[in-house]
Ligand binder design. Structure first.
Ligand code: XMP
Length: 325
């Protein structure tokens, strides 16, 4: 296993994309030999690039799974699987919705919710698939920023074996391969483009690991996620032409009185955020035209059942964060 201090960044000026791809493909082949490898694809830039590199190197000897956790955006799991099918890469869609929702049941604390999602993914669902697969290699999309954040203690350890509860000394057959560990996001995007990924994947806006659960304040139930999912789909339609860094819809726990068909309706509130940012470390709310904001409010309050109030957050990060949970 590579020591963290031995990992050297490849900056953009030193990145020769074709050489990089060739070297990684060679190294994956050399490490895996005649064996079988496995990886989890989320449709994010990092895991998409690793999937392409792995398939270029190993073909059918890389087993790629997409875990449907029930908290992705509208149609996302099927859409990502279809994109890879077009590229000639078979991806298994694993339905794990029930496991994730039962792990989230009754939880309202943000950190407990995040931890439950991490545990359900690594320990239960993906952990089980890896153990049953007999694969001896895991391909993982750790990037250089992850390494830095791990060293700085901002993120949890990225060593997937530890997260899986697998002791490398005992289970010595397993090894992790991290082909993009020397690259930052812009470098990863360039490699993705060269590997033939469509722009919608290599140029994807950021989306959090805990997915729509990062946008549900209070308990994460299938119904409450569906409310955020519908509001998100409307925002995506209305804002996709803008240059904003990221936008999101948040479901609040508090209810407010609204009026529907001349009846008072103690309904739900959606908060919209739209960010200008370059690195997500700081952010300012985008100055969206008032007409755009009112159209969004009209559509969400009319098209998403139960929602009677839509607000726009104009707070900067910091003290706000980009996500709500
Ligand atoms: P915050 O909310 O911390 O978000 O201001 C900063 C950026 O990171 C994304 N984000 C995450 N990404 N796993 C991720 O991979 C996570 O748990 C996570 N939480 C937030 C967020 O969407 C924003 O771009």
């Amino acid at each position: 296993m590579q020591k963290i201090s031995d990992i050297k960044e490849i900056g953009l000026k030193d990145l020769k994309v074709d050489d990089f791809i060739e070297r990684q493909v060679r190294e994956i082949r050399a490490k895996v030999g005649k064996g079988v490898a496995i990886n989890a694809l989320s449709g994010g830039v990092d895991s998409s690039v690793v999937t392409m590199l792995g398939h270029k190197a190993l073909g059918d000897r890389l087993r790629t799974v997409f875990i449907e956790n029930g908290i992705m955006r509208q149609g996302e799991p099927e859409h990502v699987v279809a994109i890879f099918a077009e590229l000639g890469v078979r991806v298994e869609l694993v339905d794990a919705k029930e496991e994730f929702f039962s792990a989230l049941k009754g939880l309202t604390d943000p950190e407990e919710k995040r931890e439950a999602i991490t545990q359900a993914f690594y320990k239960e669902v993906f952990g089980r698939i890896v153990r049953e697969s007999k694969a001896k290699y895991l391909l993982q999309g750790t990037n250089y920023t992850d390494v830095e954040e791990t060293v700085a203690g901002i993120k949890r350890q990225h060593n997937i074996l530890e997260q899986l509860g697998i002791d490398t000394r005992k289970e010595f057959g397993y090894r992790v391969i991290e082909p993009i560990i020397q690259l930052r996001k812009t470098g990863v995007r360039r490699v993705g483009k060269a590997l033939g990924l469509p722009k919608e994947l290599y140029d994807r806006p950021p989306f959090p690991g805990p997915a729509l659960a990062a946008r549900v304040i209070g308990e994460v139930t299938p119904e409450r996620v569906e409310t955020v999912r519908r509001a998100t789909a409307i925002l995506d339609e209305e804002l996709k032409g803008t240059k904003a860094f990221q936008w999101l819809a948040i479901l609040h726990e508090d209810r407010v009185t609204g009026l529907r068909a001349n009846k008072r309706d103690f309904g739900q509130q959606i908060e919209v955020r739209c960010w200008d940012s370059t690195d997500a470390v700081t952010g300012t709310p985008t100055e969206l035209p008032f007409k755009t904001l009112t159209r969004i409010a009209d559509r969400i309050s009319n098209e998403v059942p139960g929602v009677v109030s839509v607000t726009y957050n104009v707070t900067k990060k910091p003290p706000s964060t980009i996500e709500a949970v």
